[in-house]
Design a binder for this molecule. Structure first.
Ligand code: ATP
Ligand code: MG
Length: 418
């Protein structure tokens, strides 16, 4: 009997030697989460993951959902056939028919299991001959044909699909296989893309957003939440921290030299992000900085901010042009949200002429004009968070129970008892 399934391909995971099964298990967990609420069965095959649905065809939106999960190289909607030539030949005809109009085609046969007596080359010949009979006006072309019909023998079944029902996936590695990072997330174009990029490499991301509240409205916080929701299919974020930053900025603007204010704000952001990283057990910070893009992103100013960093700071966009960032934002679904403007801490108490080439000595002197340690402590006491049920690898910090009990999830026993 023939049925329709999604065949999920991954390549990088296949390279991971002994860790391979850990990566595969995480990918399956993440796929199940991405398909939550549907009657999907997600199973491991040799070299693939198979997704099928109880008593129904593959719903139209499912391949796209699967393609957005990091670790997925490709997803193909395939016919699953028994090892019976009549069955898979018929499936090949149906697959090719769905690709009209086309002129040329070829068959790509592959055996993952060598116990199947028909060799890949013979599989190509056999299915190719059937297709030539069924489509007498089409030509076989081995180099760059219009359509390739894939016939893969995997374990006890044969999977058949043409290019038209196969799409590229996000690539990268399953989220949850590369540790945790804290990302500095604004509602601009850059940091959502930077967050997605490290998430795509398998990191569980914990974003921190600095709001201008109470000096500005909370509009940027809503936009940032929308960004987290837009990234939901990738399953990289479980919690968003929000830091009302306006009061501290005001105090800094009164005390520090005007031209160095932005660098002071940014150093404070890094300090708070590091405190969150400590709380969360995250091992690095991530920003959306791109070299020279704005005054705060010159090499001197990046150095001046980085001066307070005690853990690695990743800047995945450092060598990227804005146009490429915007292109990526469109593809990951954050463009429309980032295109809306909202006042956040970046628009608050800005100097008339910010320093573009800060000297570290002057920066360090300016840093001592206010009590930054007390500010970090205060900001960590007033920090807020929103949880999202979208990232299976995210575990909230146990430490939060004691250090920030009021922030602990309601279902924690100590909290619900109160
Ligand atoms: P973005 O588009 O990500 O906002 P940007 O081009 O506006 O970046 P900056 O404002 O200089 O650049 O910010 C550089 C980086 O600092 C951002 O990519 C982000 O990682 C972090 N950042 C800036 N503003 C905030 C904020 N309000 N909350 C959290 N992180 C922020
Ligand atoms: Mg910004």
């Amino acid at each position: 009997m023939t049925s329709r399934v999604c065949l999920v391909h991954y390549h990088e995971i296949g390279l991971k030697g002994k860790n391979r099964s850990t990566f595969e298990r995480q990918l399956i967990t993440n796929l199940k989460r991405a398909l939550k609420g549907r009657s999907a069965h997600v199973e491991r095959l040799a070299g693939y993951v198979r997704v099928h649905f109880e008593d129904e065809d593959v719903p139209a939106d499912v391949p796209e959902l699967i393609s957005r999960v990091p670790g997925v190289a490709r997803v193909s909607v395939a016919y699953r056939c028994e090892r019976e030539p009549e069955q898979y030949n018929e499936a090949a005809i149906e697959s090719l028919k769905a690709c009209e109009p086309f002129q040329t085609f070829k068959v790509h046969g592959r055996r993952s299991n060598t116990d199947y007596p028909i060799h890949s080359i013979d599989l190509n010949r056999q299915v190719g001959a059937v297709l030539c009979d069924a489509f007498p006006d089409k030509k076989v072309q081995m180099h760059q044909p219009d359509v390739t019909v894939n016939v893969h023998v995997v374990q006890s079944d044969v999977y058949v699909y043409a290019d038209a029902t196969s799409m590229r996936g996000a690539g990268g590695l399953p989220v949850g296989t590369a540790g945790k990072v804290v990302t500095l997330l604004s509602s601009g174009f850059d940091s959502p893309v930077a967050t997605w990029m490290v998430g795509r490499r398998g990191a569980t991301c914990v974003p921190v957003h600095f709001s201008g509240r109470p000096m500005t409205s909370d509009a940027s916080e809503w936009l940032t939440q929308d960004i987290v929701r837009a990234l939901e299919p990738a399953g990289i974020i479980g919690r968003l921290y929000v830091v009302p930053f306006g009061e501290c900025q005001r105090e800094i603007s009164l005390k520090a030299p005007q031209s160095l204010r932005v660098i002071m704000y940014r150093r404070l952001m890094f300090e708070v992000a590091q405190a969150v990283a400590e709380l969360e057990g995250a091992k690095a910070l991530v920003t959306g900085e791109s070299l020279g893009q704005v005054a705060s992103q010159t090499l001197d100013n990046i150095t001046a901010t980085n001066d307070v960093a005690k853990i690695p700071v990743f800047r995945p966009l450092i060598g990227t042009d804005k146009i490429e960032i915007i292109d990526r934002a469109r593809r990951i679904g954050t463009y429309d949200i980032s295109a809306q403007t909202a006042p956040d801490c970046c628009t608050l108490f800005m100097p008339r002429r910010p320093e573009t080439h800060a000297h570290l000595d002057a920066v360090r002197r300016a840093w001592e004009t206010f009590d930054h340690d007390a500010m970090v402590k205060h900001l960590m006491e007033t920090i807020e968070y929103v949880d999202f049920d979208t990232c299976p690898s995210y575990r909230p910090p146990r430490e939060l129970k004691t250090r920030h009990r009021e922030l602990a999830p309601a279902e924690w026993p100590e909290n619900s008892a109160e």
